[in-house]
Design a protein around this ligand. Structure first.
Ligand SMILES: Nc1nc2c(ncn2[C@@H]2O[C@H](COP(=O)(O)OP(=O)(O)OP(=O)(O)O)[C@@H](O)[C@H]2O)c(=O)[nH]1
Ligand SMILES: [Mg+2]
Ligand SMILES: [Zn+2]
Length: 305
């Protein structure tokens, strides 16, 4: 029997078999050490083969080859990497206009991860109902212009505007999407509207710090229809930048690709080298200042790793 992993908590897994049937599964020990650097052998989004046991639970016999996987460094000082989700079509980068205010640096970091993994990103600015000042409106217009100009999918939503949530639903139809973004930006709220009857817990944003409270504590995959799935996460800051060389980073900034070809050095980091076309393009604002800043910031992170 084939199943799709909806949840993975410790050594128990929930797998969706056809017809909405969900089975609790266990994993035999032999899978545990199959791949040394990975701390979890089965992740949300995996397709598994199951045999039913006499007590009504399932036993995972086989994991089908993954199309892709989102990795992050294992937490709690554990060595190795953790698979956040697998077989993903879209990464939804959910940010909010206010409460908390969106961060282009965060968006850029995730875009690099998507580019490196060849997964299509969708930038979502939620809470567009919170346009209070004229600056909010111009900030929103500016961020939309920036990312649509780079060719990325971009979507504005508000949970108080049904139409916007419906367009998001149309956009992700037939795909497996994973939601990322800071706590409190409205990931779970959007999911609840896209999957009526679900009613997952959402949390308030502290008025004092303007931060969310990490209401969602584990990753879960929800079926919106037979062929559309959405994965809610407790927030992913980045994934899979594990082995990137510093001179490769600019490959994942689409607007830098043509400029980098004409840098003097093939391994130019575009920071201070002579004859650097990327730096020149940034100075002349052919590259957006905020994007170049993000680039330098991520580069620092790679080099100090
Ligand atoms: N004004 C406004 N508030 C929203 C919108 N979407 C969500 N919220 C509110 O924002 C708060 C946080 O929403 P959640 O859905 O819990 O946010 P989350 O991204 O899932 O947060 P974590 O699970 O902590 O990562 C809740 O109080 C929601 O009601 C929106 O479009 N407009
Ligand atoms: Mg949540
Ligand atoms: Zn250069």
């Amino acid at each position: 029997m084939r199943g799709l992993i909806l949840q993975a908590t410790g050594s128990w897994y929930l797998a969706r078999i056809d017809d909405e049937k969900v089975v609790e599964c266990r994993l035999p020990g032999k899978f545990r050490l199959s791949e040394e650097e990975v701390t979890n052998p089965v992740a949300v989004g995996d397709i598994v083969h199951i045999t039913m046991q006499s007590d009504g639970t399932g036993r995972i016999e086989h994991i089908e080859e993954r199309k892709n996987r989102l990795l992050r460094k294992a937490t709690h000082n554990r060595r190795g990497v953790q698979v956040i989700a697998s077989n993903v079509d879209y990464v939804l980068i959910v940010q909010s206009l206010r409460q908390p205010v969106f961060k282009t640096g965060f968006i850029d970091r995730l875009l690099v991860c998507c580019e490196a993994h060849e997964i299509v990103p969708v930038i979502i600015i939620n809470k567009t109902d919170l346009q209070i000042s004229r600056k909010d409106a111009s900030d929103l217009a500016e961020v939309e212009k920036l990312y649509t100009g780079l060719g990325y999918l971009f979507c504005k939503t508000s949970i108080f505007d049904e139409e916007t949530v419906r367009s998001l639903g149309d956009l992700i139809k037939g795909k497996i999407s994973v939601m990322t973004g800071h706590s409190g930006t409205g990931k779970t709220s959007l999911l609840n509207l896209l999957a009526p009857g679900l009613d997952l817990k959402t949390g308030d944003v502290s008025l004092f710090s303007n931060k969310g409270k990490h209401t969602t504590t584990f990753t879960r995959l929800v079926a919106l229809s037979d062929d559309t799935y959405l994965i809610d996460t407790p927030g992913i800051r980045e994934f899979g930048l594990v082995d990137l060389e510093s001179y490769e980073l600019s490959l994942y900034f689409p607007e830098m690709r043509t400029f980098r070809e004409s840098c003097r050095f093939y391994n130019c980091t575009h920071r201070h080298e002579p004859g650097c076309s990327v730096k020149k393009a940034a100075e002349e604002e052919h590259i957006y200042p905020s994007r170049y800043r993000s680039y330098l910031h991520i580069l620092d992170g790679i080099e100090n790793d």
